[in-house]
Design a binder for this molecule. Structure first.
Ligand SMILES: NC(=O)c1ccc[n+]([C@@H]2O[C@H](COP(=O)([O-])OP(=O)(O)OC[C@H]3O[C@@H](n4cnc5c(N)ncnc54)[C@H](OP(=O)(O)O)[C@@H]3O)[C@@H](O)[C@H]2O)c1
Length: 232
């Protein structure tokens, strides 16, 4: 088993849910190979990703990840049973954050209930009964809106630009990072955070470290600081 259970924590207050980020990178820090995260992690990493989803009320993605990868927020049938046993819905709610509204009209993501959070007045061409479009101003509003919907645990699966906004706003409680035993090189590496320098350094505390066939599975908690959570 990778990491002790439960995988996800508890919300620390009522204003926003607990939020964990789950990412995979190569040993040289790359978060994408040829524009996609597919192919970085092993089968064990994919299993961990699904098990994290199985504990989440909501799985959150940035629009760039949805455009890049044919992913969804769903769990496979064996984990649906686990979710129901925990009193959760059959599938996590999928949530996408976009400013441009530029999302594919058809995508596997929309096969189960999803919300598209738009931080502008841009048009969203997705019109499906499973998909709600919700206007917000910032990622802080996204988390507050999810709390109002009853979400207690949110799993963000990136990408790097969304991660940056979440860290910059002090919204992240824990980080799950898989380091795949691979080197790929290349110019301008995309790492797990993309954006302006964070307002202050975020300090992390190691909670769990598991090695499986050379792949490292890390779980870190963001440590609170005197000037506010997530601020160094
Ligand atoms: N290694 C991993 O674990 C992992 C995980 C996920 C993704 N990836 C890879 O990361 C790459 C995509 O990177 P990315 O940084 O573009 O991904 P991203 O963060 O998923 O997408 C960026 C886009 O999301 C929206 N967004 C992000 N933050 C926002 C905010 N604060 N407010 C409003 N909208 C916001 C914007 O969408 P609009 O452009 O629509 O306005 C923005 O351009 C892909 O290659 C993907 O495969 C890797």
């Amino acid at each position: 088993m990778i990491h002790p259970r439960p995988l996800l924590g508890e919300p620390r207050g009522t204003d926003r849910p607990y939020l964990a980020i789950n990412m995979v990178a190569t040993l040289d820090g790359r978060a994408a190979l040829d524009g996609s995260a597919v192919g970085i992690g092993s089968t064990a990493d994919k299993r961990l990703m699904r098990e994290l989803r199985a504990e989440a009320d909501v799985v959150l993605h940035g629009a760039g990840t949805v455009r890049a990868d044919p992913l969804s927020a769903r769990v496979p049938p064996d984990l649906v049973e686990q979710r129901l046993a925990r009193g959760l819905s059959r599938q996590p709610l999928g949530a996408i954050v976009t400013r441009s509204g530029d999302l594919p009209v058809r995508h596997p993501y929309y096969e189960s209930s999803s919300v598209i959070y738009v931080t502008s007045s841009a048009t969203v061409a997705v019109e499906l009964p499973t998909v709600e479009v919700c206007r917000v101003s910032t990622v802080v509003d996204v988390l507050q809106n999810l709390a109002r919907r009853g979400a207690r645990r949110v799993l963000c699966e990136g990408g790097p630009t969304l991660n940056s906004a979440l860290f910059a706003n002090g919204l992240v409680d824990e980080v799950f990072l898989t380091i795949a035993p691979k080197l790929v090189g290349g110019e301008d590496p995309l790492t797990i955070i993309k954006g302006p320098r964070l307002p202050s350094t975020i300090h992390l505390e190691l909670r769990s470290l598991v090695e499986l066939e050379g792949e490292l599975f890390l779980r870190y908690a963001v440590t609170p600081s005197p000037s506010g959570r997530g601020r160094g």
